[in-house]
Write a new protein. Structure first.
Length: 272
């Protein structure tokens, strides 16, 4: 990657300071907000980068960037062109958050067969463009995904630092349960609450279970997630399968397993 600017020198070698842009498609902008909210380390974080586009945080705009962080999913036709333009401008494109990685909460509308009916229910006669929600990788090649709804700022900082320093970026291969156990939490199944920790990719430091909330799977499936075992756990604790499916469907990362469990039929008009 040829990147501009400078972080100064290390052992006499000039270090690169990449130009970065943060962009949003259909999203709540909560992932970008996570970064801005991190006052304790924000200045240090920004010293690694030259931010040239960040609508949520600054007014200046430039299309001259090396790394593009794209938040949100595609839910309108015009977003596809914008996304392709971002891909054209950037050397590295990072999908930021569950909406960009999996479709996120936006893809819940895909459960309905008739999107025209959904549009009418939500917007009435207001003229608005909409299409089936999809992750950005359906339209462009991406280089990296940062998971979570929202992303965890500490993890973003770690990943961005590694990117800037030219180090390999890896994600945990193990599930949230590993972090939850390390944090010495009482398992929520014991308290009657379902939890997707056994099959969800770790990296959030068991954010929800550590606050007495079951995991909803916002980071998508852990590699080699053992769904058979999860179904057995759910059965053992008498949790209705629908409660499990509600969670598996929420962010779009478990689409294959949901389709497998539900069969190929989606929901139709007036079904919820
Ligand atoms: S992933 Fe979650 S927090 Fe991030 S933009 Fe989408 S809905 Fe908002
Ligand atoms: S609460 Fe969830 S993440 Fe924690 S051990 Fe139980 S199933 Fe795993
Ligand atoms: S515990 Fe689950 S739902 Fe909560 S942040 Fe982590 S992966 Fe997302």
């Amino acid at each position: 990657m040829s990147i501009q600017g400078s972080l100064g020198t290390f052992l006499g070698v000039e270090m690169a300071k990449p130009k970065v842009g943060f962009f949003e498609l259909s999203s709540c902008e909560g992932c970008q907000l996570q970064l801005l909210n991190n006052e304790a380390t924000l200045l240090e974080f920004l010293s690694l980068l030259e931010v040239v586009y960040f609508r949520e945080g600054m007014t200046e705009k430039s299309n001259d960037y090396d790394i593009a962080f794209v938040e949100g999913s595609i839910t309108r036709d015009d977003e596809i062109e914008r996304l392709k333009e971002i891909r054209h401008n950037a050397k590295i494109v990072v999908a930021l958050g569950s909406c960009a990685c999996f479709g996120g909460v936006n893809q819940l509308k895909n459960r309905f067969h008739d999107l025209e009916w959904v549009k009418k229910e939500v917007y009435g006669d207001y003229p608005i463009s909409t299409r089936k929600a999809a992750p950005i990788a359906d339209f462009i090649d991406i280089d990296l995904e940062i998971y979570g709804c929202p992303v965890k700022k500490e993890e973003v900082e770690r990943i961005v630092s590694r990117l800037v320093l030219g180090k390999a970026v890896t994600h945990p291969q193990y599930p949230v349960c590993m972090e939850c156990k390390a944090n010495e939490n009482i398992c929520l199944f014991e308290l009657g609450e379902p939890c997707l920790g056994p099959v969800t990719r770790a990296g959030c430091d068991s954010w929800c279970p550590s606050n007495r909330l079951g995991c909803w799977g916002c980071r998508g499936p852990a590699p080699a997630a053992n769904f058979k075992q999860l179904k057995e756990i759910v059965k053992r604790y008498n949790i209705p399968v629908e409660r499990l499916l509600d969670r598996l469907e929420c962010f779009g990362g478990f689409q294959n397993i949901v389709t497998d469990m539900r069969g190929s039929g989606g929901k139709g008009e007036n079904e919820t």
